[in-house]
Ligand binder design. Structure first.
Ligand code: SF4
Length: 342
């Protein structure tokens, strides 16, 4: 059997996040694509009491088996909110960290809201992981989407966080206003060059109430199709894989609130699966180069037969349409996740 190298590191080890959504409060900006109220389902400020209750409730139902449990402050720019509130929220989570009930505290924020004072605060409260919203490395795209920071800010914040010993994640978006496939792929390259620990790849969707929604309704912004977004995400994923950057997520969470607020764009509840399937398609095409007609059998990890065949067997159908080859995909215990043998 022949093999193409493994790139599937998207499947992660057993981890549980206890999500605490911090709304738009304190963020001094209004990015084109952002409607935090839509994403978090609430514009109200979260309180330390709610943090404690959310952690206690999650721990009560957490599986007994060994898992890595983390409190995750997501949904806003955590270090942009009032310093006293940051301390109160982190202070509500820290006792669970100190007692060993949870194993880490992670949060997301803006690159220009990290400095020495912030870093010292995050260290003091035991924060283990910080994710920065990079979104694009292209100066024009950053400006057009009113991010209010530069890629230099990303590099500066990344250095500070790295030097302090945090796990650092850099998130990117595909298909922003003014972006192109090339600019998105360059962003993936620029992020990978910094060697962050993790990344998340989010396709841009149009949220009701966001400035992007106005541009969309005026015909000035055309979102990516699902097909385009999957293709670009597959290229970005490959760049991250080749550079040892763990991809934590591809695609937005399909919460009901998001579905209600999503006006247009490549939103799909299994976006990540579509991307991984697409990577199988590309590999199969490479393996079948020059072939026309007949049958061909590929072997994959037993858990990934349907992923290799594609959503509604799309990969099988495409290859038959393109080359007349009838592919079969079979499980094989010796094939590692993401590998393909034939
Ligand atoms: S920085 Fe984050 S919270 Fe603030 S407007 Fe932009 S996306 Fe929304």
């Amino acid at each position: 059997m022949r093999r193409l190298s493994c790139w599937n590191m998207y499947k992660k080890m057993r981890k549980i996040n206890i999500p605490i959504f911090v709304s738009h409060q304190g963020c001094p900006h209004q990015c084109s694509f952002c409607n935090q109220k839509t994403i978090t389902g609430s514009g109200d400020a979260v309180t330390p009491h709610q943090v404690r209750k959310a952690i206690e409730a999650a721990l009560e139902t957490a599986p007994r088996a060994p898992v890595q449990t983390e409190v995750a402050f997501f949904g806003g720019s955590f270090t942009a909110i009032d310093a006293k509130l940051q301390e109160a929220l982190l202070g509500a989570a820290k006792p669970f960290l100190d007692s060993g009930a949870v194993h880490g505290i992670r949060l997301s924020t803006r690159p220009d809201c990290i400095d020495d004072v912030v870093v010292e605060r995050l260290l003091r409260y035991g924060v283990t992981s910080v994710e920065l919203g990079v979104q694009s490395s292209d100066a024009e795209v950053i400006t057009m989407n009113k991010r209010g920071h530069t890629f230099e800010d990303v590099k500066g914040a990344f250095s500070l966080l790295r030097a302090a010993g945090f796990e650092v994640g850099l998130q990117m978006m595909l298909g922003l206003y003014g972006s192109t496939r090339e600019k998105d792929i360059q962003t993936a390259r620029d992020i990978a060059a910094l060697k962050p620990d993790t990344t998340r790849i989010y396709p841009t969707v149009v949220l009701e109430g966001s400035p992007l929604c106005d541009l969309y309704r005026k015909g000035e912004y055309v979102p990516l199709t699902l097909e385009q977004a999957v293709d670009i995400a597959a290229a970005a994923y490959t760049i991250f894989k080749e550079n040892g950057v763990r991809v934590l997520r591809m695609g937005l969470m399909a919460s009901d609130t998001l579905s209600d607020g999503c006006v247009a764009g490549p939103q799909h509840p299994a976006f990540g699966e579509l991307v991984l399937s697409r990577l199988y398609l590309y590999k199969m095409r490479r393996a079948l180069e020059g072939k026309n007609g007949g049958e061909f059998t590929f072997y994959v990890h037993p858990s990934q037969v349907s992923q290799a065949l594609g959503n509604k067997k799309e990969n099988k159908t495409r290859i038959f349409r393109e080359q007349g080859v009838n592919i079969r995909v079979k499980p094989h215990e010796t094939v590692e996740s993401g590998e393909i043998l034939w």
